[in-house]
Design a protein around this ligand. Structure first.
Ligand code: AGP
Length: 610
């Protein structure tokens, strides 16, 4: 996620902006820039690290009391200087920084170009600068009015800060879907994408809510809605440490990122569902849509959690799109002499886009003539650049080593790919719309699970002493059993194995005794009775049972030692809900054992060696 900092007041703006940007480095970025009210407006930008920006600023005397800064995590356009924020209008009299995605930027850009605007970047953000410029020249009474009118034409998400040399005493900010916090100082004001960037200057903050705009001056702030009605916001005192501020006040990035998952699913879906025709709108696949209509096999290559996401994708796509799928470990694929034909597509799933085993598999597939696709979170990463086409997760940077929000986003994008491929084949518009509607309900269902995390914390403390655990699930939930076991292994170091529930009697049941708890996923789905029998088999051997079932179930609590409830959705999407309690369980077990879930021993966030 990009980082935003802004200042207006009586001190020099530039040092405050640079310090704020450095405090935002933890968020991950690929370029940085500032704009200050000196010599009109002066903008300096640089790809790469903030020190590159500082080198470009060295020796320049830019005395200014107003300025904005930005660290960019690319979503539209590669990380090069022309795409680095801040972005300006045609004449450089206005500058803005933005965090989020403007979905309808292409149509807005076409209209603005027809009105004579000249663009200099590939970004969606630059469209906003020219739109505000156009509205000012069309007669908007002031900068806040022009920004308000522009945002009414925008579809998407934004955290935004705008300055103009024609309105030198204000910064206009707005929020929809991307956090914005105001800092209230003595004769000075601040704006940032999170409080960590400004806590060194003030602890009096105002968190904007979605649909709110604010006008900042050195003397204070005014908050109004998009329909220009005043909103009363009372500053609060934040007593977080800098590190806590980076985690939105949560103790660990892993928990912060799990709590982001409702918004992550919204962002992964944003602008990608056509409810009229029951279609997935995946711009990154547009150029290969015809080839995808012809493929007769899809091979998914990935590692770790991404591999388990691929296994869920296999169930989704085969059952709902009718395309044969096989899922291969990146580290095994190219040593297997895979059979690739011109009708084979190979899909690489990777959060980092840099995993060496997955990249090697992708290159092998490409060399053999496969159509290569990617589901990647890191924009501009190696895997993203080397595939023929793909879909970005839009999950924002994932700092926790154990994948949580990226995994849920991968499942969400795989559901979109299923819809895309299915509607190219036998899937009806009716079923396509049903799938689309169910996807749109997921964020609220995820939130309901997150809201019961205290129960899961208590349950985790009860089982944290186990030395072994078995995770069981059937069909779509078998891969979730594997993923749940991986989460527990990764952060709590408890030995855990995931198994297809039906496989238990072929060996693993020999392990079961009163000291060997099993977590069994048994939603009331088409295989519920069979899974219930598995639970009885475990109970008969004294195995303790933690059951994960759907909220209308009345009987599981009669034979399980602990029960976790979740909403019920269509079977194809139940894995997206089922993994959330398993993530929380692993996290709370690790914390109760005194471990740091953000830095698990022996693990790296991105495994760039084979
Ligand atoms: C998952 O919690 C682990 N961090 C690890 O298995 C990870 O999923 C795997 O290394 C793949 O990483 P990638 O998605 O960046 O390719």
């Amino acid at each position: 996620m990009c980082g935003i900092i802004g200042y207006i007041g009586k001190r020099e703006a530039l040092p405050i902006l640079l310090e704020g940007l450095k405090r935002l480095e933890y968020r991950g970025y690929d370029s940085a820039g500032v704009c200050v009210s000196a010599q009109g407006l002066t903008t300096v930008r640089s790809p790469g690290k903030i020190k590159n920006l500082e080198e470009k600023l060295a020796g320049r005397s830019l005395s200014a009391s107003v300025g904005i800064g930005h660290t960019r995590w690319a979503t539209h356009g590669p990380p090069v200087e022309k795409n680095t924020h801040p972005h300006a209008d045609c004449h450089g009299r206005l500058s803005l920084v933005h965090n989020g995605i403007i979905e309808n930027y292409s149509e807005l850009r076409r209209k603005l170009e027809s009105q004579g605007h000249v663009f200099s970047s590939d970004t969606d953000t630059e469209t906003l600068a020219h739109l505000i410029e156009q509205l000012l020249s069309d007669g908007a009474s002031d900068l806040p009015s022009a920004v308000r009118a522009a945002l009414k034409q925008v579809r998407g998400t934004y955290g935004l800060a705008v300055i103009s040399q024609d309105y030198p005493d204000v910064i206009v900010v707005a929020r929809l879907g991307s956090p914005i916090v105001l800092g209230i100082g003595d004769g000075e004001s601040f704006v940032a994408s999170d409080a960590s960037a400004i806590l060194g200057h003030t602890r009096r903050v105002v968190f904007l809510d979605d649909g709110e705009m604010a006008t900042l001056t050195g003397d204070g702030y005014q908050v109004r809605s998009l329909d220009d009605s005043p909103i009363q916001k009372t500053p609060e005192e934040v007593d977080w440490s800098d590190e806590q501020a980076q985690k939105n006040g949560q103790p660990h990035f892993m928990l912060k990122e799990m709590l982001e998952q409702p918004d992550v699913v919204r962002n992964s879906l944003r602008g990608r569902l056509d409810l009229g025709d029951g279609l997935a709108v995946l711009g990154g696949l547009r150029d290969v849509a015809d080839r995808l209509r012809q493929i007769d096999r899809l091979i998914i290559v990935a590692c770790g959690s991404a591999y388990y996401a691929g296994l869920v994708g296999e169930y989704m796509i085969e059952a709902n799109a009718g395309v044969p799928v096989e899922v291969e470990l990146g580290s095994e694929f190219r040593y297997r002499k895979p059979i690739i034909t011109p009708q084979t597509a190979v899909l690489a799933i990777s959060q980092s886009g840099e995993t060496a085993d997955t990249l090697a598999a992708l290159r092998e597939a490409k060399m053999k003539g496969a159509l290569t696709l990617g589901i990647v979170n890191a924009v501009g990463s190696t895997i993203a650049r080397e595939t023929d086409a793909g879909v970005y997760n839009h999950a924002g940077p994932e700092v926790g080593v154990a994948s949580t929000k990226a995994f849920v986003s991968q499942l969400t994008v795989l559901a979109l790919l299923t819809l895309f491929l299915g509607r190219q084949r036998q899937m009806s518009v009716t079923y396509g719309n049903k799938l689309a509607q169910e996807l749109l309900h997921l964020p609220d269902m995820i939130q309901k699970i997150l809201d019961q995390r205290q129960n899961i914390e208590l349950l985790a403390k009860r089982w944290a002493g186990a030395s072994d655990m078995l995770y069981l699930g059937r069909n779509y939930l078998a891969p979730i059993a594997f993923e749940g076991a991986l989460k527990l292994k990764e952060v709590s170091y408890i030995h855990a194995e995931g198994y297809a529930a039906g496989e238990m009697k072929h060996g693993p049941i020999a392990l079961i005794d009163p000291g060997f708890p099993c977590l069994v996923m048994c939603p009331e789905d088409s295989l519920y009775e069979k899974t219930k029998s598995n639970i009885q088999e475990l109970k008969a051997r004294g195995g303790p049972i933690i059951a994960l079932t759907t909220e209308d179930n009345q009987e599981v609590s009669q034979f399980a030692d602990d029960v976790i409830f979740m909403s019920k959705t269509i079977e194809m999407l139940q894995p997206i809900l089922s993994v959330i309690p398993l993530q929380l369980f692993a996290y709370y077990v690790a914390v109760s054992k005194g471990f740091d879930p953000d830095k698990p021993r022996n693990l790296a966030k991105s495994v760039t060696v084979e």
